[in-house]
Design a protein around this ligand. Structure first.
Ligand code: NAG
Ligand code: NAG
Ligand code: NAG
Ligand code: NAG
Length: 408
């Protein structure tokens, strides 16, 4: 009796004790995790969520099936494990981000996207010197981006999009030389965009849907994606001519003016250009015969573009979708546009311009259904051609357009 229980006891020790020796997450890391979960409303933690698996009767770095969303480092010479990543699911966690986060000094990833965290981002986050990714998108964070963020020299990704963050972008952010992604869209950020050309590894810059104003700053030539839509930015866009690696450019809904230069349309990898709803007066479309271009989408709706429609658009071999709605284009619709619609273009929106003349016969021959519109121009457009649906401008608005054409 006594010996068998002794045996059981030693078996128990053999099985359990060694693992509990190994399972030694640094005490203050455990306390920080406890503090993080305490700052979240328990009723917002659903039974299927990561946080519902945080069971503090087990060790955060040792448990299996517990502490989902937590990653640890294990060093051979060191029996102490440290928390290195917190990457939570989007379960709708409602609460504050505990200041204790600053004690997880080995943290490299903090990702809390699409929850209901609110209040300012605690300043203690900026003690996490090893952080490479700070992703807090889709929450209710408020307050400014404090200059403290510039202490996090290892950061590659900052994504604070879709929050209620205000204030200006700290100019010293350009000291974060490792940054590849800077995403601050959909906030209340104002002021001017500081010079960011120091961020020589930056590939993605998204600042859309804020209250930014002023002219374009110096930007790094490494950029592949640039989105500045829905701000109050103004002036010319020639500073962009150097961004030869751009794949996607969105400047829509600002106050940019002047010319959309041929440099931009012919960047070797550019695929998508959205310059809609600005005050551009011209677009330079050069012939690109024999040159490989990747431009697929051109949206220049709602500007003051004038003169004849750019004939050379037809030379862009990969172009699919064209939107030149609501400008001041005049003259005839080029016949080549009809040919392109038949074999490669998917959509063509030209409504609300001052285009004149009869619809080229090429358009009437197109057998497939075209997405597009020619309405609200000064065209003679046969009603049985689908793209002609909708009314044309009244004669009174068209006489000027006709006269100008007649003078040429
Ligand atoms: C090793 O363990 C000690 C605590 O015992 C801790 O302070 C230190 O940060 C650990 N080092 C690493 C590299 O995890
Ligand atoms: C961080 O750790 C220190 C030392 O372990 C502790 O005194 C402090 O209360 C912790 N901070 C927070 C905010 O939990
Ligand atoms: C261009 O931007 C406008 C305004 O932001 C948007 O409504 C439109 O869908 C965009 N065009 C394309 C082709 O994505
Ligand atoms: C439209 O009508 C005209 C004459 O009324 C006809 O010649 C032409 O083929 C029709 N076009 C289409 C696309 O039906």
């Amino acid at each position: 009796m006594a010996s068998s229980s002794l045996l059981l006891m030693s078996l128990f020790l053999l099985l359990v004790v060694p693992s509990s020796v190994l399972s030694a997450t640094l005490r203050s890391d455990i306390q920080a995790l406890e503090s993080i979960i305490r700052s979240i409303d328990p009723s917002s933690i659903s039974p299927s969520s990561y946080l519902s698996t945080w069971d503090f009767s087990e060790d955060p770095c040792e448990g299996s099936g517990t502490f989902l969303g937590v990653m640890c480092s294990f060093t051979l010479e060191n029996t102490t494990s440290r928390v290195t990543e917190i990457d939570l699911d989007d379960d709708g966690y409602d609460g504050f981000l505990s200041e204790a986060i600053g004690n997880l000094t080995e943290l490299t990833v903090l990702s809390l996207d699409n929850n209901r965290f609110r209040g300012p981002i605690p300043e203690t986050v900026f003690q996490l010197r090893k952080l490479t990714k700070l992703s807090l998108s889709g929450n209710f964070f408020t307050g400014d981006i404090t200059p403290g963020i510039t202490k996090l020299k290892e950061l590659k990704t900052i994504d604070l999009s879709k929050n209620s963050i205000a204030g200006e972008i700290p100019p010293r952010i350009s000291g974060l030389r490792s940054l590849t992604h800077l995403i601050l869209s959909n906030n209340h950020i104002d002021g001017r965009i500081p010079a960011l050309n120091g961020l020589w590894k930056l590939q993605v810059l998204e600042l859309g849907n804020n209250h930014l104003f002023g002219m374009l700053p110096k930007l790094p030539t490494s950029l592949r994606t640039l989105s500045l839509c829905y701000n109050s930015l103004a002036g010319r866009i020639s500073p962009l001519h150097r961004l030869k690696h751009l794949v996607s450019l969105d400047l829509s809904q600002n106050r940019f003016s002047g010319t959309i230069g041929h440099e931009i349309l012919t960047f070797p990898e550019i695929s998508r250009i959205n310059v809609s709803f600005n005050q551009f007066i011209s677009i330079e479309v050069i012939q690109v015969i024999g040159m490989e271009t990747h431009l697929r989408i051109l949206d220049a709706e709602g500007n003051h573009l004038q003169g004849p429609l750019p004939l050379n658009l037809a030379t862009y071999g990969n172009l699919k979708d064209i939107n030149l709605r609501s400008n001041m284009f005049s003259g005839d619709i080029p016949r080549i546009y009809g040919k392109r619609l038949e074999n490669s273009w998917r959509s063509l929106y030209l409504e609300n311009n001052y285009l004149t003349g009869t619809l080229p016969v090429e358009f009437q021959r197109i057998s497939k259904q075209i997405r597009g519109s020619l309405s609200n121009n000064c065209l003679q457009c046969p009603k049985n051609v689908t793209i002609c649906q909708g009314v044309q401008k009244p004669k009174s608005q068209c006489t000027n357009a006709m006269q100008e054409e007649g003078l040429k």
